[in-house]
Design a protein around this ligand. Sequence first.
Ligand code: C2E
Ligand code: MG
Ligand code: MG
Length: 572
Amino acid sequence: MTRKEAALAARFEEQANRFDIALNNMSHGLCMLDPQDRLQVWNERFLELLHLHGAPVRVGMRISQLVRHSIRAGNHKSKSVKQVINDLARGLREDKFDQFYTSVDGDRTIALSRRMMAGGGSVVILEDVTERKRAQERITHLAKFDELTGLANRTQFRERITAMLAGVHDHEHHITVHLIDLDRFKAINDTLGHPIGDKLLKEVAFRLSTVIHPHDMITRFGGDEFVVLQTITDRRQDADWLAQRLARTLNEPFEIDGHRIDIGASIGIAMAPTDGIDADELLKKADMAMYAAKNSGGGGHRFFAMDMEEAVQERRALELDLRDALGTDQFRLNYQPLVDLRTGRVTTCEALMRWKHPVRGEVPPAVFIPIAEETGMIVALGEWALNRACVEAATWPHGVKVAVNLSPVQFRDRGLALQVVTALAKSGLPAQRLELEVTERLLLEDNDGTLATMQQLNNLGVALSLDDFGTGYSSLNYLRKFPFHKLKIDQSFVADLGDESDVRAIIGAVASLGAGLNMTVVAEGIETEEQMKLVTTQGCHEGQGYLFGRPMSGEAILARLETPISLAQMVA
Ligand code: C2E
Ligand code: MG
Ligand code: MG
């Protein structure tokens, strides 16, 4: 060999080496066959993916001979390896050959593709596509199942109900939709945290699935809303029975991470074909029924009824009227005194909104305030009340404060503190004479924004009162965390004072706790002298109620404030 030849040979070998390294470090299995299907080049990965490592494979061996090796190597049990090679041998006349195989252990998925080369012969590539396939399957799963609970999701529900409704026309066959909404989920999620909320939802899903029949479907619609699709032949009784079982299983307490959780659920039921044969219509009606169940205290179920639809329409009409009312001077404020229980002196007057509709007449705040809140109109309405109350209070004797109710929705609006400052500035009322009443509902939204706004108002010198204490998710922690000056015990406690002795104890405990935290404690809804005496002995500082004065017009309250009357006169 000349030096030149030797150098060339060396270079050749180096290149072959590199080629070898590249080939054997590929994640793909690869082989090249000549036009007679004889092996020319292959890599380790190729043998590995076919479970042929260690087999005496050599250049020029026919592809069909590999089958024999695979059998000898003990791989004959696995159909797939033999199949790969058989398919290869068979498929050689096709231009393009693509196939998926399962590995020997059945655990992995191998993709095979073969392409013809220009000069005859072919290239075969094997690839382990297990992960890719799993990811794809996961995507397909996610599209149809709820990730948290593993239940079917809305999409799958829709497919199923659509298919089922197609068979419902004959009236022989009925479907029932049970829409389940948990009663106190938001409060639990907010106070105990999302990880516990998630665990609770999983447990709810589990309990629901133990109650339903295998033919029925249970879906999580999102949040704390679940839907059960029940197929039945006999009508209402079956639906009634299932709904009772669903409600009962959720009314049982849950035990999660050491917390005992009482949640309960409201269930609304709509049936096809009676209530409709359209998926959306059924869901809408089940939703109305669910609201009716919720409004009657929760923890139970309701069937859809026509009057629910009427109620929804009535509400919509009210909403439209409320929009008109905003611009047309239909609102007034009434004022109700809060009196010092020792002296009878009026300390504060609470502004209570009144709506007089030209046709409907007086609409109670319990009706229109929730609508105004849901539609966001409360922001403008509340601003009006704030301004009006400050203007009127500025004409009162200086020792008397005015209390204005604020909705949580107003707190969500960033401009609240500015609205308050503006109302004070325009009316000339000192901040110390304004009180703002909020309910526990606000504190449930317990976020940094709420606390910051409350602090801002506090810094202005405005006092905050916790209204209707005892009706919501009463947590004494709130009292420490938020800067309240006043605590108003809800009127339902006072109403129960006569016949329940533990109510007395509750009022006493709340009063001493409030006093300990430097708060003025007010008992709401005092109608009788007896109630007045009881709350006074339990330690309440102030009282509010018909006994001391009903809500009255601006003129009437001014007259009352200008000629004070004694406790004895009020009671008489
Ligand atoms: P609230 O703030 O707890 O107001 C006290 C409610 O109890 C008033 O009802 C009042 O008339 C009533 N009340 C007072 N004393 C007695 C009594 O001795 N016996 C009985 N049975 N009831 C008594 P009203 O005026 O119907 O207001 C209901 C609720 O509407 C208020 O409860 C408050 O939450 C809301 N509200 C009223 N005005 C406004 C407002 O301007 N803004 C906001 N956001 N809410 C308001
Ligand atoms: Mg109030
Ligand atoms: Mg109240």
